[in-house]
Design a protein around this ligand. Structure first.
Ligand SMILES: [Zn+2]
Length: 327
């Protein structure tokens, strides 16, 4: 799986390849960006490229070094995670000790630090000492979703690389490359919420089943019919709390996309800008049951509902309130 197989961020991937090509790798780098940017895949890809036996500025995923790095048994690529809520000072002290040891196989020892912003003041200050005394056989890659939480003195000593969420088009093109047909790639890219992982985690058939079920829920809600069934479907708690929240969030997102399409139909009366193209006939029918104003109201209420349910408030009451406010 070379760099081209990681979706998005082509410009920054090129910068990384240039570092490798010119053998001018910064001593310490910060990979900053949202979860959907796949920072850990990128850092791992970079570590493999440094060590790949077949490529100089990329990785093959099939040589012994690449395989061992994927299995996390390569001795010169070290992964660090916060111990609990934060990195403990002892962890950083161990890291300092490790930093002074020579690599075992490679020319470089690479430390990949997840959630680097989770260093408290004392571990940050200890870590700073490592950055102040760079070694030519060490590379630090600090991953963070929130670079502003890193000490300015740490930020200023690292090469900052800002990654972004892949665009809808990048995900679409990637899916085509994987063998999806254009229609499926279009739909999946639209509902992916910028994360290829969201798309790949489930099979297309079960996703379509869910979408059809959510369309029925939306239809009942808009037609204000069989509202007790809507309530039942929305608040189905037969699963564990975390599964319920995940699937609830997904349902609200998918229903919001349908409402967005109904809004486009009302404004444009055209099919070409729709995300849920396969449901266009039903969505055209449903647009008669709701005004633009009410669509915006519903989308906003659904955002609040999603937020409150994530906060672990009483979901049944929240859902009941939501339905009553609309019907
Ligand atoms: Zn390789």
């Amino acid at each position: 799986m070379p760099f081209t197989d990681i979706v998005g961020n082509n410009k920054i991937k090129q910068i990384l390849k240039n570092y490798l090509d010119k053998e001018r790798i910064p001593y310490s780098m910060i990979f900053s960006g949202p979860q959907s940017a796949n920072l850990s895949d990128l850092a791992l890809g970079f570590a493999k490229s440094v060590n790949c036996e077949r490529n100089k500025d990329d990785f093959c995923d099939s040589c012994d070094h690449c395989i061992d790095i994927n299995k996390t048994i390569f001795p010169d690529v070290i992964y660090l995670f916060p111990d609990g809520q934060f990195y403990k000072k002892d962890q950083v002290l161990e890291l300092i000790e490790e930093n002074y040891k020579r690599p075992m196989i490679s020319d470089k020892k690479i430390f990949i630090m997840s959630d680097a912003n989770k260093m408290n003041e004392s571990s940050s200050n200890s870590f700073l000492k490592v950055l102040e005394e760079p070694s030519d056989s060490t590379i630090f890659i600090l991953l963070t979703r929130n670079k502003s939480q890193l000490l300015p003195t740490i930020r200023s000593r690292c090469q900052m690389l800002n990654f972004y969420s892949p665009t809808r088009k990048e995900i679409h093109d990637h899916l085509i490359k994987m063998g999806y047909d254009n229609e499926k790639a279009d739909l999946l890219a639209s509902i992916s919420r910028s994360s290829i992982d969201n798309v790949l985690k489930e099979d297309f058939y079960s996703l379509q089943n869910k979408r059809s079920r959510y369309l029925e829920i939306l239809e009942k809600l808009l037609k204000k019919k069989q509202i007790d069934e809507v309530l039942l479907a929305l608040s189905d708690q037969s699963r564990s709390r975390s599964v319920f929240i995940d699937s609830f969030v997904e349902m609200i997102n998918l229903i919001s996309l349908m409402l967005r399409d109904i809004m486009i139909i009302k404004i444009e009366l055209k099919k070409e800008f729709l995300i849920n193209v396969d449901f266009s006939e039903k969505l055209f029918e449903l647009q008669k049951y709701i005004t633009l104003e009410k669509i915006l109201y519903l989308i906003r209420r659904m955002e609040f509902l999603q937020r409150d349910i994530k906060r672990n408030l009483n979901s049944k009451i929240l859902i009941l309130e939501f339905i009553n406010s609309y019907v």
